[in-house]
Design a protein. Structure first.
Length: 49
């Protein structure tokens, strides 16, 4: 999931979310990464890491 937002300097950023189930606690967790652009290269960078 991708969410577009503006930081305190009025710059547009993109926050990528991913949910996963923690195998140790059996609870759902959500992690996020903030990137400057929402392009193909940014999405590929997320998939590779």
């Amino acid at each position: 999931m991708v969410r577009k937002f503006k930081n305190k300097n009025k710059e547009t950023k993109y926050r990528y979310y991913e949910k996963y189930k923690d195998p140790l606690t059996a609870k759902w967790r959500r992690v996020s990464v903030v990137l400057n652009k929402n392009g193909k290269q940014s999405q590929k960078k997320l998939k590779d890491s």
